[in-house]
Design a protein around this ligand. Structure first.
Ligand SMILES: [Zn+2]
Length: 287
């Protein structure tokens, strides 16, 4: 069933596990994530960037597709449909289109403007019962043209944003989007602990979940991270499995060119990644 991300993340915080946000790009992606969540009896967050929404022809297409799939696939585990790194305008459009949760990423604004705009989005979203994620301290790497440098968020700024009544907070702690470089210094757990203390009982979000070592993930969860975003890893696995299929010449055997066959190994690859992450994050049987 489609729900907001608020209750599922508060439960995760209380019970010391994290819910995975898996970004979707098309029907196959969505089906793979929903199927796995149902099989593992896990709550799940479907992440949609503005770029991915545009690719799928708009927020409404995505919202309607996800709702219809939850219905037709008889998905009973809690599913949140969440805008990832939304702009001020994008967040409002996603709310109108039927998303159950939005992230407003004002981290590239000066803190005063981030506060102002976050406050407005919180008011609009909460009036419709939709949960809100805000961000402090740009997260490194590149996502849909938004570039950051792996900043460490200022705990005092985190507190100011947290006090606006947001439902969960993304705070940079040295994490970045995409594949981590060889010389990456790792997550800053001191910063995470300080932020957690400053904001009090509020689920924290770890972006850029691809390539963070498992022990760091577990430590982050023990320090209050309740939502972990996974995107690149599913993409890499999908590409790898699709490549294998083509390079083995399977698209030239019989009706192997049929997209339902051609896309099947990649879709299975996504399912494998999602399963591994749900097990690592501890969300299995927490629906
Ligand atoms: Zn992100």
């Amino acid at each position: 069933m489609l729900v907001t991300a608020k209750d599922m993340l508060n439960k995760a915080l209380d019970e010391n596990y994290a819910v995975g946000q898996f970004n979707i790009n098309n029907l196959e992606w969505t089906k793979a994530v929903l199927e796995t969540a149902q099989e593992l009896n896990s709550p799940v967050i479907l992440g949609v960037s503005e770029g991915a929404a545009k690719y799928m022809t708009g927020f409404k297409t995505v919202a309607d597709m996800v709702k219809a799939m939850i219905d037709s696939m008889e998905i009973t585990v809690p599913v949140a449909l969440h805008l990832d790194h939304g702009s001020y305008e994008g967040a409002q459009k996603a709310i109108e289109a039927g998303f159950s949760s939005v992230m407003f990423d004002g981290s590239h604004y000066k803190i005063e403007e981030n506060i102002e705009k976050t406050k407005e989005i919180v008011n609009i979203a909460h009036s419709k019962g939709i949960s809100v994620e805000a961000e402090v301290g740009a997260i490194g790497g590149e996502e849909d043209g938004v570039v950051g440098n792996g900043e460490i968020a200022d705990p005092a700024e985190c507190k100011k944003i947290a006090d606006l009544g947001i439902d969960f907070l993304a705070a940079g702690i040295g994490n970045i989007h995409g594949v981590y470089p060889e010389n990456w210094k790792g997550l800053d757990f001191d910063a995470l602990a300080t932020i957690q203390k400053e904001v009090g009982k509020l689920p924290l979000v770890l972006h850029g979940g691809t390539g963070i070592p498992n022990d760091m993930i577990k430590e982050a969860i023990s320090l209050g991270v309740s939502k972990i975003n996974v995107n690149t890893e599913c993409q890499l696995e999908f590409a790898k499995e699709t490549r294998k299929y083509i390079e083995a010449g399977k698209d030239k055997e019989g009706k192997g060119f049929d997209p339902r066959k051609l896309l099947a190994p990649g879709t299975e690859g996504i399912k494998k990644v999602v399963k591994e992450k749900m097990e690592l994050f501890g969300s299995v049987n927490k629906a």
